[in-house]
Design a protein around this ligand. Structure first.
Ligand code: ACO
Length: 323
């Protein structure tokens, strides 16, 4: 049976770091308020020349280097983003060109903060369907460019960055036995679209628009949706919370992360948290967190890793991977 196995990982962050103290100069807020409500201490903000595609390409190149591969080995690039460089062409095609890849194909997936789990699921289906052998799965965002920097209820929450994985087809032999994506569980419900959205777009206002959010409403739904979809992943694979080596959640808010882990009975020592350093980087947050935890040796080959996210739409989902 063909499985999609993680072969490499990489990440990229803009050079500029913006601390909570820096934000105190822009809006009426405080380091204390932000840390207490969200756990965020700093975020990276893209500067001149840094775009979603440039960050995505940098993360992808690092994932290739980590995998010991070159771009010639890749058949497909999928980029999850809600902040593309242009309305079209797709950011994935822009990244494809930046990496010097002129074969295969590339496309974007748009599911806001759940984008990376949607992209992992899509990549896994392409691999298991036999259409491709290796996929670069990228989450890349520059949310700083769609924030209203006068709105303290949103501008303190987000940051920019990118992360990438190389997924490879494996027949599950030898050291690869049992490794790979075990299940993907995806959900969406557009009835919630106005709780978290961007108030512009090519077909409505002809502008890029700004992110708008009813924070309390998002918070109210988050833990329940996340735990439901993780339970579905357990049911699909016959696993339980006790089997999980690492929970790698979308990094939106420390209280949502801790609340979800607690409800599932996953100890906090098994939860990867980077929201303090990166803020909410939307589709980039999971591959960024994976790169940190695999890079520092916490996540090891054979570990059972649960990825989960919830975001605008609402969209939500979980992917269970034997690393
Ligand atoms: N600094 C200081 N005060 C602030 C700030 C700020 N940055 N933002 C809001 N406040 C004030 C409000 O104006 C309000 O003041 P008032 O009582 O005088 O009216 C007070 O703080 C409380 O505001 P609430 O919105 O009720 O605060 P809450 O405790 O709900 O925290 C937060 C807000 C952090 C946004 C929370 O609702 C949350 O985490 N929601 C989830 C949102 C999220 O994570 N979205 C990410 C995208 S979706 C995803 O990725 C899952």
């Amino acid at each position: 049976m063909i499985r999609s196995v993680v072969r490499g990982f990489g990440a990229a962050l803009p050079k500029r770091v913006m601390t909570n103290r820096d934000l105190e100069d822009l809006v009426e807020t405080s380091d204390e308020w932000i840390v207490q409500r969200t756990g965020i201490r700093q975020r990276h903000i893209a500067g001149e020349g840094e775009t979603t595609a440039s960050l995505g390409a940098e993360a992808a190149q690092k994932a290739l280097d980590n995998a010991g591969l070159t771009i010639a080995d890749i058949d497909l690039i999928i980029c999850a983003t809600s902040t593309p460089d242009n309305t079209f062409p797709a950011t994935a095609v822009n990244i494809q060109n930046r990496l010097g890849m002129h074969h295969g194909f590339a496309f974007d997936v748009q599911a806001v903060c759940s984008g990376f789990v949607y992209a992992m699921s899509t990549a896994d289906l392409h691999i298991r369907g036999g259409m491709v052998k290796r996929v670069l799965v990228i989450g890349a965002e520059t949310f700083s460019r769609i924030l209203d920097w006068t709105d303290r209820t949103t501008c303190v929450l987000f940051g920019d960055g990118a992360g990438a994985l190389v997924l490879e087809a494996s027949e599950g032999e030898g050291t690869n036995a049992d490794r790979g994506v075990l299940t993907s569980q995806l959900r969406s419900d557009g009835v919630h679209r106005e709780k978290l959205y961007v108030d512009g777009g090519p077909s409505t206002t002809g502008t890029v628009g700004h992110l708008r959010m009813e924070g309390r409403e998002v918070f109210k739904h988050a833990v329940g949706m996340i735990t439901d979809v993780i339970e579905a992943a357990f049911d699909a694979t016959g696993t339980t919370a006790g089997d999980i080596d690492w929970l790698v959640p979308h990094q939106a808010n420390r209280r949502i992360i801790d609340g979800s882990a607690k409800k599932l009975g996953i100890p906090l020592e098994k939860v990867v948290v980077t929201v303090d350093l990166h803020g909410n980087t939307s589709a980039a947050s999971i591959p960024l967190a994976l790169s940190v935890a695999a890079g520092d040796g916490r996540i090891k080959k054979g570990d059972l890793v649960m990825l989960e996210a919830m975001g605008g739409g609402f969209t939500w989902g979980a992917v269970l991977v034997r690393w």
